[in-house]
Design a protein. Sequence first.
Length: 373
Amino acid sequence: MNMKREEVAMRSEAEIMRSWSAGQGGLPLVSIECTTYNHAAYIAGALEGMLAQETHFPFEIIVNDDASSDATADIIRDFQRRYPGLIRANLHRDNQLSQGISPLTHTLPLCRGRYTAFCEGDDAWTDPHKLQRQIDMLEQHPECDMAFHAADKCYSDGRLSTIGHYGSRPRIVSAEEVIEKRHGGIPTASTVVRTPLLHELQRFMDGQEDKLVSDVYLEAIAARRGGACYLPESMSIYRYQVPGSWSSRQASEPFRKLTRLRQRVHSFQRLDEWLGWHFTVSFQLANRDLIFKAVKLAEASHEARSSFYAEFGGLLGARDRCLARLLLAWPGSIACYRSLRAYLSGLLPAGKRRSGRWRGKNLMIGTTEERRP
């Protein structure tokens, strides 16, 4: 059941800890990592969602504020004052990401839990049993190193849609599904991983150009061994292009978008090698998605999109190369494609719109998930 922020009655630190078992040797079982930057409008809701968790095990909250210029740090200090045994914070004076320093560099040394959960400062957890249910499932499936669930995607106009929906029942999602994002991206605020995987991620990220989507690389690393535990209920909110959100800051920067897509293609090629070439086909499909995203980026210039295709078009199959060239030669086809997709989507039930199963039969243009039967 979703909790609206105004309905949350904040418990004291003692009340939160009252139900905890004493079997962890004084250490938390779960560390919650919260990275934030200029999230004054949302950080209180994010922290409230974490503190609302009802668990039988101890947890801690690690907050990393990357030198916000608004009131984010002041809000964090207030929560830290009220919950000194639960919240630890890095409040930077100088922005670290702009210097190429990942938040993981600062948060990982502070994480003492066997598991690490994530919730960025502009997102929020909406179910008080989320953490307990995910840890229970991971404990029941020692072959899995990650758990995730569906989430509500909140747009700037207040609309909601469901993302990360990989079926209507709890199940184990394969590593291939995770890498290929067969049913869309996995919401960061929905994920929990075994903490040692973060040390491997940090080693992979050393020297990595693209440090903005480290969660994508973590998902592949964490799913490699036995897939991922999945729960179908929506238990968090992902804010999309609302003021102050990461997606909002990236929305009007087509050149930077192409740069990041280029970096991700290179990163997936490196990650494929890192994982021993066991998921090469899945990484090829994931890179196909990225290439088509670049080719269809209407706000980018024709020259920039053509340059991207010239660099990576060789990674596509013959049919996909033809489709990509069509999109480049006839820019109007992008708008026609999107209009037709929106029209057909409106004719079908919500379940099929969400799964994207109809798209492959009608258009054969777009991302991997759009083509999958």
